[in-house]
Structures are given as structure tokens and as C-alpha cells.
Design a protein around this ligand. Sequence first.
Ligand code: CA
Length: 223
Amino acid sequence: MRILIVEDEPKTGDYLCKGLAESGFVADLARTGPDGLNLAVEQDYDLIVLDVMLPKMDGWSILQKLREKKETPVLFLTARDDVADRVKGLELGADDYLVKPFAFAELLARIRTLLRRGPVREAETIHLADLEIDVLKRRVTRDGARLDLTAKEFALLHLLVKRQGEVLSRSLIASQVWDMNFDSDTNVVDVAIRRLRAKVDDPFPNKLVHTVRGMGYLVEERN
Ligand code: CA
């Protein structure tokens, strides 16, 4: 099994390369974005471990260009646990992600899972009643009509619909969509929900976004 590591931080790159070689993989290391993209396109790897923050060409651009040509599974390494980053990576065609810093054992476990699974990705469309979210195209329709959402509204709706049937607290929503901590003013969540409802629910008789008093918000179909 051949693995390409694209990582600019010398210590981390060497460490990953050595660790994977010791675990029985053939591992190549690229230290810049352009080198990584060239190797990924020209060589046949079973998996690519791709750092997001790279000089010259970041991980997102590499992933985007790679996906025009190849379906090699990609596990990306992100510096912060931000839902917007994760969504972006998955939409661009990453197969999994790890937040730095991580334990090598965890990276190894994720790599083995991905290699077993092959290049299967997150569902490209999510449905709830007559609402449809096309995750790759970032397109939302309800009852066949296109809804025009901002990036944050999309991230918010995507989160709620992915976890449909679960009550999500304001602080959880704030941390996942806005990367704000628990002490922040979560009023921003209420305002965003109001705007989202105006587009997603108000024109339709069947409401999907529900307030759970004292707890947060829940998305589900109620008849
Ligand atoms: Ca980096």
C-alpha cells in the first residue's frame, strides 16, 4: 500500500513518514503544495494524507485539482475543529479528516478504515420531507424550488438536517457553525435561525425548524 503525505512542517512530515513506513506502508513525503499535487496526479497512491495549511498551494486547492482527475482517498489534517472546515473538505471530496494534534495510533486507525472502505464518501444529498440538500453543489431545494442561502445559513441548515431529530443547543450550534465558544453571545444563533426560517419554512405550510424551549433547536418533519 502506497501513501502520500503532504505536510510542510518538517518534524511532523518526517515523523508521519517514518511511522507509516514502520507500519508496513510505502510512504512518500511532499513538503509543498505543488509537489504534493504533482505526485498525487502522476503516481498511483492508495491514500493521501493532506495537510490543509501549506505554503504556495493549500490543501483545499490540491484536493479540488486532484478531484478533477482522480478519486484517490484523501484524509485531511486540519489545525482546528471547525465544522466549516470539515464541511468544506468533505464537499471538495475529502474522505475523512483529523484535527491536529492527533495521536499516531488514531491516524493509523483512520487510514486502515479508509483503505478497507475505498473511495466512498458522505451522502451527496440529504433529504427531510420535501427539503433536499445537495451537499456537493451546496444547493438547497424545497418542494422543487431553489432556496437562496448564504454560506452560514447553508452550514446551519446542513448541521440541523444532518442531525435531524436531535435537539441541538445554541452553544453547540454556535461552536459548530461560527466556531465560537460557549461563553459567547448565542443570540447570533437565534437571529440566524430566524433568517433561515424565513427562507426554509415561512413560504411552506409544513414547518421543519422547531424551537425547544430552554434547550435549543430541532429539525424534523411533523404532521
Ligand atoms: Ca502545515
